[in-house]
Design a protein. Structure first.
Length: 305
């Protein structure tokens, strides 16, 4: 069952097109990663999902309801954490958490206390004294204390230290095990890679790739360090081989994942003494798209800087 369906979403601000034909599907129990460079359209998309912005064109449905017309009903089942949390300065962190939880009509006091302890937050301090990281903790505790069906998290770990990021990841996996759905927008690609079942990459308002990590990895390259008994020849003639670099005892090469088998067969003829490979990461995929687009732009302008 699809929790979220976005079809041909377009959003314009005057003559500027912020979103241009975005299509997304998120199923129940799925953690969906949403990544892209700053200004790509991530936050604009999320604001449309939340009913804060009205789509110029397209169809956006959450729980089968229209994101704009039925926003109030949808919000009863959604928990949202922005990347920069603003809180009431004269309320304590605990008071803000209680307020958010009561607004949702739930009262999981034991869950609230457990999360405050896990995130190491002092709930008695006023919000005006909190650092950015502590403000994020308040929002995360309030979100995970509620009984939501969909969690929309827009750069949620901004300001958190690595230990707290780990606690956050545990909380996301907890709600996944409960069959809940999470949309995670993040710049921390390792976090997305660790948590997400599917990923969509957005750039300049368009989705350029979407799918599971395994489906997307065919577009990435595996890094290989190899030492052989005999010097490897004809590497540059092989399909899918890039960035060949001679190192002290052998070669460092980048191999398109779909050509990996053929590359290893060729290299093995020279007597492999040592072979190290690093699996492709989401960052490799993201940077490959980014660099490819920049090259196209340069070629289109004749390479003039």
């Amino acid at each position: 069952m699809n929790i979220l369906e976005v079809k041909n979403l377009k959003k314009q601000f005057g003559k500027f097109t912020a979103l241009d034909g975005v299509n997304l599907e998120v199923k129940s129990g799925e953690i969906f990663g949403f990544i892209g460079p700053n200004g790509a359209g991530k936050s604009t998309t999320i604001r449309v999902l939340l009913g804060i912005l009205k789509a110029t064109e397209g169809d956006v449905k959450i729980f089968g309801l229209d994101a704009w017309d039925d926003a109030v009903e949808i919000h009863k089942r959604v928990a949202y954490v922005p990347g920069d949390v603003n809180l009431w300065p004269n309320l304590t962190g605990g008071e803000v958490i209680d307020l958010f939880v009561k607004l949702r009509g739930t009262n999981h006091k034991s869950k609230r206390e457990e999360l405050i302890k896990r995130f190491n937050l002092d709930p008695t301090k006023k919000c005006k004294t909190y650092s950015k990281g502590n403000r994020q903790k308040v929002a995360l505790i309030a979100a995970f204390s509620s009984d939501a069906d969909l969690y929309i998290l827009d750069e949620p770990t901004s300001g958190l230290d690595p230990l707290m990021e780990s606690i956050f990841q545990e909380c996301v996996m907890d709600v996944k095990r409960q069959g809940k759905c999470v949309i995670l927008s993040s710049h921390i690609l390792s976090e997305v890679e660790k948590l997400c079942d599917k990923v969509a990459i957005i750039r300049e308002g368009k989705i350029i790739e979407t799918g599971t990590l395994d489906e997307l990895r065919h577009l990435t390259r595996t890094h290989i360090l190899v030492e052989t008994k005999k010097t490897i020849t004809s590497l540059e003639k092989l399909k899918g081989i890039h960035e060949i670099e001679k190192i002290e005892q052998g070669f460092s090469i980048q191999v398109d994942t779909e050509e990996l088998d053929q590359a290893i067969r060729h290299i093995s003829q020279f007597g492999i003494l040592k072979l190290e490979s690093a699996p492709p990461t989401l960052e490799d995929l993201f940077m490959r798209h980014y660099e490819g687009r920049e090259k196209v732009k340069e070629e289109g302008t004749g390479g003039v800087m």
